[in-house]
Design a binder for this molecule. Sequence first.
Ligand code: PEP
Ligand code: MG
Length: 592
Amino acid sequence: MSIRLRGTPASPGVSIGPAFLLNFEEIRVQKRTLRTASEVESELERFAGAIEKTRGELEQISDQLSDVIEGKQLIEVHILLLSDPFIISEVRKQIKDDLVCAEYAVSKVLFDVLERFNAIEDPYLRSRSVDVRDVGRRVIANLLGTEKQALSNLKNPVILVSEDLDPSQTAGLTSKQLLGIVTDLGGSTSHTAILARSMGIPAVVALKNVAENAVPGQVVIIDGIHGEVILDPDADELQYYSELKKRYNTAEAEIALNADSPAVTADGKAVELSANIEFSQEADQVGRFGGHGIGLFRTEFIRLLAPEAEEEEKMHFRAYRHVLQTLNPDPVIIRTLDLGGDKFLDSIPTVEKNPFLGWRGIRICLDRPEKFISQLRALLRAARFGNARIMLPMITGYDQIVQVRDMLDNIAADLDREGIPRGDIPPLGIMIETPAAVLGIDLLLPHSAFVSIGSNDLTQYTLAVDRGSPYVSNLFDSFHPAVIRQINIVVTKCREAGKWVGICGQMASDPLAIPLLLGYGVNELSVPMTLIPDVKEMISVISMNDAESLAEKALVLKSSEEIRRSVLDYVESKYPEIILDEIRRDENYRGS
Ligand code: PEP
Ligand code: MG
């Protein structure tokens, strides 16, 4: 029977494919029921054979470890576990009584044993569950006749299933290898979601228990539009979603045909529509999707694709030069390192209880300037290859901007002294991501060449809702009146001061948010590259008059439901059929 799960839609589209369970791949297997006595007999034999084969492998390893006493002892323990009478008799019992295949019986017994280990109070004994797991994996691998498949070495594309993802696990993967991503944790603005959108593959996050329920190789359907996942779908479900996938892809292809046309509203107002990118190679595609420059280059991911030994400054320089040269003369907003929160490198401790409220973004850069200086040096050196702008994340006070400006001046002087060519110091802008920055914007603007609203963090910090937590994801809502009003404040103040203002959080590509943002008067929308054609299409059906009155009305509405409803009523007849259809159909859709 199929299992349907609901989570948070994180990247649109529909995918159908085999599950690849990260971290669990080897010990969860598909159930196969035995029908005849001879099948039972042959499964018992297969089990005995796998135990022997595993013992042989372990003995061979033990021989190779003759000088490493500790390692040898560990392997001896594993060999002993292989002959544990309880485990052996339990597996045989399952095969005989429950009529299940050997690998399923082993995985089931393994899970039971691991559960008992987890209940043990003694921490040392409890930690020994890894040995049981290791031995079990080996036996199952021998039964299945497969080696553990590495994610980086996939032969056929898969749907990645995991509790959560570390950026390093997915960096370098392409949409040819991954059909989609589903995770237990994360929110629509967590790094997993951001990566999926940048790859243009569907993703659903915050599913809470998908990793526990999925089985390697089993067919999975991802509906990234509504946030649904179906494990082991039946024939009707497969047919319905194959059609939805076709319909969605056809509509997307039609929209993409207009990639070359500029982003203009129905009444002729041009809108700057640019791309958010995470990897420098993405710059090559921005033109194809019809983007005007880069509104947000998240530089945290650069290290993940570079060889370990690559020198910091060189690595950044190469990435920036490539992006700037590729897009010249269009503007490229390079955001300085925003590590911490849900993006960690080994060099940043992860011990904080509330990392989003802790050592993050500009705070780390100013406290530990070595990496930051390398980044700024690379930026100044690369600036001569195109139209660069620098943007600082997580700004809460003007002194932070002043410090960076001083650093830039000093670095420019250093480079000149060293005779290293550089460009002019690029315009220095800031992200507005905290209520502190909104309420203190008059203090920040004199020091900022431009601003861009980071609605993901602004929502998180305004509503006190962790953007990566599945438990409060229903409260993460950028249409909350408190967020909407702050966006209005920021845009109004920027316009009064004659400063350019963009928005680069996820909200900028939300079909219902676009009329509001245009209505408040943002200069630019910066969206995941793969969504540019959709957003352009939406812009083209909105008139500025309508957008302005919707935006004004939203400032007096009482809840996010009322705000969404008021925009939905307006766009209902205007947006491309497929997208509106899907918004409407979503039972979870707030306010419908
Ligand atoms: C944001 O906070 O809205 C933003 C664009 O930055 P990030 O998602 O990288 O935190
Ligand atoms: Mg942010």
